[in-house]
Design a protein around this ligand. Structure first.
Ligand SMILES: [Mn+2]
Length: 229
């Protein structure tokens, strides 16, 4: 089975609890649509756990992108790699000491989108033309994919048949419940992924204490909340 989620933001325990709940195993696939780091206390611990999974597709979010931009600015200032690593560790006030070069290098190699026959994943959404058709993702800039402000709006529905998974803005910030928001096509049942225009994944885990994921094969949602993990 394939589980898609986003915006874990250092909430290691919530993520671990969610994986236990779905009985995530070596035959499953995880797709994380970015923003593993910051806000919560276990950014590096969580990132290393995600990097240790063989069957995970991890994407860059705006928080990883901001971290990488800081990293690239440090590399322009000095050739002393020890100084650079120290400063990168200080970027994470709680568990920065766990940060090593392997983790930094992996972070730098993460893609900005993931596309299959039936769905697309990108942190903040995908660029659309005037008619709502999805523009070629290979030509999108990292900034478009991690900072998009328009795609989340309820009346923005991508045409073309592929469902788009995204996060970036907690659904509560738009006046909705801290749940995954699914945008069902008119007349569709909702039991297969092609029934959806887009799926907004950000349950605002850091603030709401609720983290959810969406199972692609049967379109089921799963949630954990802080008091239960
Ligand atoms: Mn974000």
């Amino acid at each position: 089975m394939t589980y898609v989620l986003s915006d874990i933001h250092g909430e290691y325990e919530l993520f671990y609890g969610l994986m236990e709940k779905v009985r995530f195993s070596g035959s499953d696939t995880l797709v994380c649509c970015g923003d593993m780091i910051e806000k919560g206390k276990h950014s590096v611990r969580l990132t290393k756990l995600l990097f240790s999974l063989k069957n995970a597709v991890l994407l860059t979010g705006n928080h990883e992108y901001a971290f990488l931009k800081y990293y690239w600015s440090l590399m322009r200032e000095t050739c002393d790699y020890d100084v650079v690593l120290q400063k990168l560790q200080a970027y994470f006030p709680y568990d920065g000491g766990l940060l090593d070069w392997e983790t930094v290098d992996r972070m730098e190699s993460l893609p900005y989108f993931y596309e299959t026959e039936s769905y697309i994943c990108a942190h903040a959404g995908v660029p659309l033309d005037g008619e709502g058709r999805i523009l070629p993702l290979q030509r999108a800039t990292p900034e478009q994919l991690v900072y998009d402000r328009n795609f989340k709006e309820p009346d923005v529905l991508p045409r073309g048949g592929k469902c788009v998974f995204f996060g970036h803005t907690p659904t509560v910030n738009m006046g909705f419940a801290p749940r995954i928001r699914c945008y069902l096509r008119a007349g569709a049942m909702g039991d297969k992924i092609s029934d959806y225009y887009k799926i907004h994944l950000d349950t605002g885990a850091y603030q709401s204490g609720i983290l959810g994921c969406f199972r692609v094969e049967d379109c089921q949602e799963f949630y954990v909340r802080k008091s239960t993990v």
